[in-house]
Design a protein around this ligand. Sequence first.
Ligand SMILES: NC(=O)c1ccc[n+]([C@@H]2O[C@H](COP(=O)([O-])OP(=O)(O)OC[C@H]3O[C@@H](n4cnc5c(N)ncnc54)[C@H](OP(=O)(O)O)[C@@H]3O)[C@@H](O)[C@H]2O)c1
Length: 340
Amino acid sequence: MASEKPYILVTGATGFIGAHVVDELLRRNIKVRAATRSLEKGESLKAARPKYTELLDIVQVTDFSEPTSLLDAVKDVTGVIHVASPFTFNVTDNEKELIKPALAGVRAILEAAAENSNVKRIVITSSFASVVDVNRTAPPRFEYTAKDWNPLSYEESVAKETSPVIAYRGSKKFAELEAWKFVEEKKPGFDIVTLCPPMVFGPVVHPLSKVEDLNESNASLWKVASGQEFPAARVPFWVDVRDLAVAHVEALLRPEAGGKRYTVTSPEKYSYGLVADIIKEEFPSIKDRIAAGNQPVVDTHDLDGHTAAKELGVKYTGFKQTVKDFVEEALSLEKANLTK
Ligand SMILES: NC(=O)c1ccc[n+]([C@@H]2O[C@H](COP(=O)([O-])OP(=O)(O)OC[C@H]3O[C@@H](n4cnc5c(N)ncnc54)[C@H](OP(=O)(O)O)[C@@H]3O)[C@@H](O)[C@H]2O)c1
């Protein structure tokens, strides 16, 4: 990035990952503009960070499913971390609710940034969803790396009969491809870095008033902690949200990361059975409500987290710590709501 003082726009700043990215930037005394659809959420993000009033401002953006321009949001900033994208499986129209907004968000941010010559780098939160090929099975053992792309076609992603889980994978793939294509064709004054994390877990620092509103990935952990059946384990890969936030900021700051795509993942693997075991051991007071059963950890293939560790300096948190930190907080939220 340029040597001038960084001022970074973070989209999706009032979401699970985005708020951690905001905090990681603030911790380093970097000025942040946090973009959100809801000014109320934006103000509550700011109010929860009284130490950083001078370093944090909020900008409201419209939903990406409506025609939007992000020109005002990128004004004066020197870099962008584009986190915002729909991540929910609770949709009825794959194309309208997942794929089009994901694409529109990436296009709007790149087009706006291309008008601001101070923007030198854009980091985009893609996903392992844009990497995974569900038809690839072990044995023999194999390792996914940042070179892999999911083979879904656009038509398959948007089809009515396609499940939202698969459509989401399409939304991440096509939005990421759009970004790489933009840079190649338009040759803007910035480069991009894309990060492809698998399931992201960890404590919540964004505005949230009840456990029912948890983001999609943490909601799966909460299912186990609240005594529901174990969710289906789609992948055994995960990363702690705090480590992912470090990866975003390092990807923004390290000149040599420009033009690269990283898979950011812990070397440990997980299953919801393992989550249940950790909760039973660490939280004896809710031990009895955890569903019986067993879900083994699938350890037949790998995902490369070493490259991100080496090139972005990420040190991965252990799974037990992540689960503990999340459950502790979710339980206090549950308690606070019950006593209201
Ligand atoms: N959590 C994971 O396991 C995981 C794994 C891999 C990749 N990712 C990616 O990480 C990013 C953040 O996800 P998250 O887990 O933090 O989920 P989240 O808490 O639901 O956050 C999503 C963010 O995107 C914004 N957003 C969603 N739909 C939008 C739309 N139609 N128009 C404008 N903004 C929209 C939301 O804005 P508001 O705050 O204004 O509501 C929110 O801040 C997404 O790109 C997701 O694909 C997540």
